[in-house]
Design a protein around this ligand. Sequence first.
Ligand SMILES: Cc1ncc(COP(=O)(O)O)c(C=O)c1O
Length: 420
Amino acid sequence: MYKEMSAEERRRMLEDEMKAYKKLAKKGMSVDMTRGRPSKEQLEIAMPMLEAAGYYDYSAGVADARNYGEPAGTKAARALFGELLGVKPAEVIVSDGSSLDMMYNAVQFAMQFGVMGGVPWNKQGRVKFICAAPGYDRHFSICAAFGIDMITVPMKDDGPDMDLIEPLVRTDVSIKGMWCVPKYSNPTGIIYSDEVVSRIAAMKHAAEDFRVFWDNAYAVHGLYGNDDRLKSVYDAAKKAGNGDMIYQFASTSKITFAGSGVAAFAASEANVADMLGKMFFKQINPNKVNQVMHVNFLKDVENIKRIMARHAEILRPKFELFERKLSEAFGESGDVRWSKPRGGYFISLDVPGCAKRVVSLAAEAGVKFTAAGSTYPYMQDDADGNIRIAPSVPSLDETEFATDVLISSIRIALLERSLR
Ligand SMILES: Cc1ncc(COP(=O)(O)O)c(C=O)c1O
């Protein structure tokens, strides 16, 4: 960006930018853009669910929801998530508040007990997961916690780089899993193309106990209506004879209450039986009272979409403000690139060679972003470029301030680098 200017001009520009940055920092504001959490205003949307909690009929289902029974979740909750994910109720387990917890369980069960009667992963030597990056830091943390080796592959605009992945998974029996956030991906916001979904679904895998962890956390989280389509990986996998290869996950963390909603696992009936067999020893049944509350409040997918339109009304202006200000500041410069998501909770920003410096400058001025590197396995972003922006929690005014700080921090980091 500053290539055309003389060193002297750049030095002067850096001094001016430093003054502007210090002026912003002096405001003494504190804004947290580290994690994708719903704002208070969004959380209010689900409050009628709690207000009506005394009036729901908890005994209307197959078993009284207030009592033991139905370890896979209530029939109605399984049907609702089945509708959401396009699978049969028998292919769903509805559990407690966190899909990440279910992903962790799936990995732990596979490590310790094996998948569908197979040898436990931790008795097969070192095992590996395919991790497209930039990706979701918590997926990578699960691998790190279990000592699973991570193979980093590039995330492209239409999904993970399948040209690299296919030959690896086809030939390496130690590759046991692959993380995917297929819709409004964390953090790049992309939606996997039909072609990528088809290729994933049809993948030949050397390891019989290889599983695709399809984390559909943002299935109905569009900012511009909910018409963005994602091809069904499970239907395609079944057609390709790979039905058992897919584990799907979803939750209502960003539909009702984060961490206090309900989460679901969807897979072939054989996988569901395998999972329930392992869950049997740790839990008699999930919190079905919460499931009754959720089903009565959410009703069906059409109603969920209406609820999500209200979330989008709150979120969209923050994303658009960010987009407008960054476009004004950097246009199509090429040195600074950012995603323009149509849904989800994140914007992904790339400033090669400057991410750590930008995050640190922003923090000093009162704006916290996720640590640079977090979107890569082992925190290893070789380009030191990617920063994940989570604009959901701050108010519009705070978002405006945070974006100004970010723009100033980027300019400073770029100018400093150009003068090195
Ligand atoms: C891709 C993705 N998966 C899972 C989660 C966590 O979901 P849950 O609250 O259901 O554990 C998040 C939260 O940010 C996420 O971005």
